[in-house]
Design a protein around this ligand. Structure first.
Ligand code: ATP
Ligand code: MG
Length: 642
C-alpha cells in the first residue's frame, strides 16, 4: 500500500482548515445539541424546532429523530430562498448524450417548472405522503419532478432508468406507488432505452398505479393507455406557475430509495425531510468547499443516492450550479468527460472508481488531449479507490494540482460520513481519511469488542447523525435487525475497515467479502489494489474459495488493459507480483482472466456472484436482477479455473 502523503493545500479564508476542522469535530462530539442547533440554521424553517437530537440505538428505546417539532419544505430550501439573490443564476446545466447538446435552467426557471409540475401532480390526485415512482433519464425535468414531489409532500422513489420492467415492478409494488413518472425513451451512449415500454410491461403487475405521466424526450413512438397515461406537456397546459410549498414536519418522509443490491435483495431506504436535507447541505458545502460561481459536476445518475444528494439536493440547497449528465464517460469516445469539463468549465468533478479505472485502461492520451485547467477539486465515491487509480486521477486528470476527496458513505447514511476536508487534511491515496464533524466511527472485532488505535475490523457508528436513514420502508423490524442487532447499541455499516497510526480510515471492502487464509483475515481491497498496480491490469476482483489446507484460498478475476494478451506467463507473473507486493499469504491460488466483471448497475463489483463461481456453485447465484450485464457471468462460468 502506498504511504505517500500529499499535504493539504491552502484554501480560501472561508475554507475549513485543520484548526477549524478539529474545533468542529470536538464541538460536535462534546455538545451535539448546541452544535446541531447552530448547523441547522443552514436551512430555512417554517416552524423553528425546539427539540434537536432524540436518538437511541438500544433495542429497548430505539428511535432516531432530529429537529422533531420543526417544519420546513425541501423545495423551498432548494429553490425559493435563492430567488431574491440569484434568480437569474444557472441552477442546472443539462448535458445530453451527444456532446454539446446542452440546456441551462436558472433558479427562476426551475422554480416555475417545479411549481407547474407540482400542480400537475395535484390534478392527478397526488397528496402528502403518497408515493410517486420516477423512472427517468438524467434530464432537467427529473430534478423538477423530484422537487415537485417535495413541494406537495409526496414521497418519491426513483428507479434507475437502466432497470428492467421486473425490477421496476418490484420497486413500485414494494412502496405502493399510485403514480409513475417516465419519459418516452432515454438516450445513453448513442442507444435508445424504451422507458415507457418498460413501464407498460411493469404495470401489468402493478394494479395500484392509477396514472403514468410521460415526458417527451426523444419523440419516439410509444403507446398510451387511455385514462391512465398522460403526456406532461398536455397536462401542463393552463397550469398555474405558482404552487405554495407544503409545510412538512422534519421527520416526515422525503424519499424512498432502494440500495444498489451488491450484497443481496435491495432495501427500501427511507430518508426524512429535515435531517437529510441538513446533512447533504452541510457536507456538500464542506467536503467540496463549494465556492460562489463554481460549476459542480457529479456524474452519478439520480437513480442512486449519490445523484439524490450531490446532483440535486446538496448543490441546490447551497445555491450552486450543478451539471446533470445524460450520457456515459465512454461515448462518443473515452475523452468525453474531459472534453465536457473543458467546454462547460467544470471546477469540481465527482465520480466513481469504476469510471476512473475504465478510463485509465484506455491510456493517458484521451485525458491529455484536453486542458482541464478549470478543475480545482476531484472526488470519488462508491467503492474503495485503489491507490493506483487514485494516483492516476491525481497525476493525469488533476495534473497534481487538485486535491481528491475519497468520500465513504452509503445510501443509508444519506450523505458523506468519512472524507477529507480538502484544505484541512493531508491526503493518503486509497484512504477516505477521517470522519466529518458529528460522525463517530468505531472499529470492533467479530464479537463486538472495541478495538483502539491502529487496528482492523468491522466499521460501526456509535451515535446518530441527522442524515441517517429512519427505516426500511414497510419493514421497521428489518431495519433494526440489519443494522443494529449485530453489535447492540451501534449502527453496523457492513464494511470492513483499517485505522492506521495517524487515525486514518481505510475501507477494506464489505465484511461479507473478507477472506480467511490460514487464519489470516484479508480484505478484498488490498489484494485487488496490488493486482491493479501492475501495468497490464485494468481491474481486479478477488474472492475466497474453499481450500483443503488453508481453509480458504484466493480466487482472482483479472481484467487486462486494452490490447494486453492473457497468457499463462502473465498469470504466473501476476501471482508473483502480489506475493512481492503483499506477501506469500496473499498470492492468488487461482487467477482467471475476465473480459468483464459482474457489476451492479451503479458500477460496483458484485463479489457475491464471483464467490459462487469460484466455489463452483453456479446453480444458486441469488438475486441477479441488479446486474448491469448478466452475460458477463456466463463467460466467467464457462472459463472458470479448476
Ligand atoms: P446493498 O446494500 O444493497 O448491498 P450497496 O451497499 O452497494 O448495496 P450503496 O449504498 O450504493 O449500496 O453503497 C454503499 C457501499 O459502497 C458502502 O457500504 C461501501 O461498501 C461502498 N463505498 C462507498 N463509498 C466508498 C468509498 N469511498 N470507499 C470505500 N467503499 C465505499
Ligand atoms: Mg450496502
Amino acid at each position: 500500500m502506498s504511504d505517500t502523503v500529499y499535504p493539504a493545500p491552502a484554501g480560501t479564508d472561508d475554507s475549513i482548515d485543520a484548526t477549524r476542522a478539529d474545533a468542529a469535530w470536538q464541538r460536535a462530539a462534546s455538545d451535539p445539541e448546541g452544535y446541531w442547533r447552530e448547523e441547522a440554521q443552514r436551512l430555512d424553517w417554517i416552524t423553528p424546532f425546539t427539540q434537536v437530537k432524540d436518538t437511541s440505538f438500544d433495542e429497548a428505546d430505539f428511535r432516531i429523530r432530529w429537529f422533531a417539532d420543526g417544519e420546513l419544505n425541501v423545495s423551498a430550501n432548494c429553490v425559493d430562498r435563492h430567488l431574491a439573490t440569484r434568480g437569474d443564476q444557472t441552477a442546472i446545466v443539462w448535458e445530453g448524450d451527444e456532446p454539446g447538446e446542452t440546456k441551462t435552467l436558472t433558479y427562476r426557471e426551475l422554480h416555475r417548472d417545479m411549481c407547474r409540475f407540482a400542480n400537475v401532480l395535484k390534478t392527478l390526485g397526488v397528496k402528502k405522503g403518497d408515493r410517486v415512482t420516477l423512472y427517468l433519464p438524467m434530464i432537467a425535468e427529473a430534478a423538477a419532478a423530484m422537487l415537485a414531489c417535495t413541494r406537495i409532500g409526496a414521497i418519491h422513489s426513483i428507479v434507475f432508468g437502466g432497470f428492467s420492467p421486473d425490477s421496476l415492478a418490484n420497486r413500485i409494488q414494494d412502496c405502493d406507488s399510485t403514480v409513475v413518472i417516465c419519459a418516452d425513451e432515454g438516450c445513453r451512449g448513442g442507444k435508445r432505452i424504451p422507458l415507457k415500454a418498460n413501464v407498460d410491461k411493469a404495470l401489468a403487475h402493478c394494479p395500484g398505479v392509477e396514472h403514468v405521466l410521460v415526458i417527451r424526450r426523444t419523440g419516439g413512438d410509444v403507446s398510451m393507455t387511455e385514462g391512465r397515461d398522460i403526456w406532461l406537456h398536455d397536462a401542463l397546459e393552463g397550469v398555474a406557475d405558482e404552487c405554495a410549498p407544503e409545510p412538512m414536519n422534519a421527520e416526515d418522509p422525503l424519499f424512498i430509495l432502494y440500495t444498489s443490491g451488491s450484497t443481496g435483495k435491495p432495501k427500501g431506504v427511507l430518508h426524512t425531510t429535515g435531517g437529510y436535507l441538513l446533512w447533504v447541505t452541510k457536507t456538500f458545502k464542506e467536503v467540496f468547499d463549494y465556492r460562489e460561481g463554481e460549476l459542480f459536476w457529479c456524474t452519478a445518475d439520480i437513480g442512486w443516492v449519490t445523484g439524490h444528494s450531490y446532483v440535486v439536493y446538496g448543490p441546490l440547497a447551497n445555491g450552486a450550479t450543478t451539471v446533470m449528465f445524460d450520457g456515459v464517460p465512454s461515448y462518443p469516445d473515452h475523452g468525453r468527460l474531459w472534453e465536457t469539463v473543458d467546454r462547460l468549465g467544470v471546477n469540481i468533478l465527482y465520480t466513481a472508481p469504476t469510471a476512473i479505472r475504465a478510463l485509465m485502461r484506455e491510456g493517458d492520451d484521451w485525458v491529455k488531449k484536453y486542458r482541464r485547467t478549470s478543475l480545482r477539486l476531484l472526488g470519488s465515491v462508491g467503492e474503495p479507490i485503489n491507490p493506483e487509480a487514485w494516483n492516476w486521477y491525481y497525476r493525469v486528470v488533476g495534473d497534481e494540482r487538485c486535491p481528491i476527496v475519497d468520500t465513504w458513505w452509503q445510501t443509508e447514511t444519506g450523505g458523506i460520513l468519512i472524507s477529507p476536508l480538502p484544505y484541512a487534511i493531508d491526503l493518503k491515496p486509497g484512504s477516505a481519511t477521517k470522519p466529518l464533524p458529528g460522525v463517530q466511527p468505531q472499529i470492533v472485532d467479530a464479537e463486538g469488542k472495541v478495538l483502539d488505535g491502529a487496528t482492523e475490523g468491522n466499521l460501526c457508528l456509535t451515535d446518530s447523525w441527522p442524515g441517517q436513514m429512519r427505516t426500511v420502508w414497510g419493514d421497521h423490524d428489518r431495519f433494526f435487525q440489519t443494522y443494529f442487532s449485530t453489535y447492540p447499541g451501534k449502527y453496523f455499516t457492513g464494511d470492513g475497515c483499517r485505522r492506521d497510526a495517524d487515525g486514518y480510515y481505510w475501507i477494506t471492502g464489505r465484511v461479507d467479502d473478507v477472506i480467511n487464509v490460514s487464519g489470516h483475515r484479508m480484505g478484498t481491497a488490498e489484494v485487488e489494489s496490488a493486482l491493479v498496480s501492475h501495468v497490464k491490469v485494468a481491474e481486479a476482483a478477488v474472492v475466497g474459495m474453499p481450500h483443503e489446507v488453508k481453509g480458504q484460498g484466493i480466487y482472482a478475476f483479472v481484467t487486462l488493459n486494452a490490447g494486453v494478451e492473457p497468457t499463462d506467463e502473465l498469470r504466473t507473473e501476476l501471482r508473483q507480483w502480489v506475493r512481492n507486493e503483499i506477501g506469500p499469504i496473499a498470492s492468488p491460488d487461482a487467477l482467471q482472466f475476465a473480459p468483464g466483471l459482474p457489476k451492479t448497475r451503479s458500477g460496483k463489483i458484485m463479489r457475491r456472484i464471483l464467490r459462487k463461481i469460484a466455489e463452483n456453485d453456479t446453480g444458486s447465484l441469488g438475486d441477479t436482477s441488479t446486474l448491469a450485464d448478466p452475460s458477463v457471468v456466463d463467460t466467467l462460468v464457462a472459463e472458470r479455473i479448476g
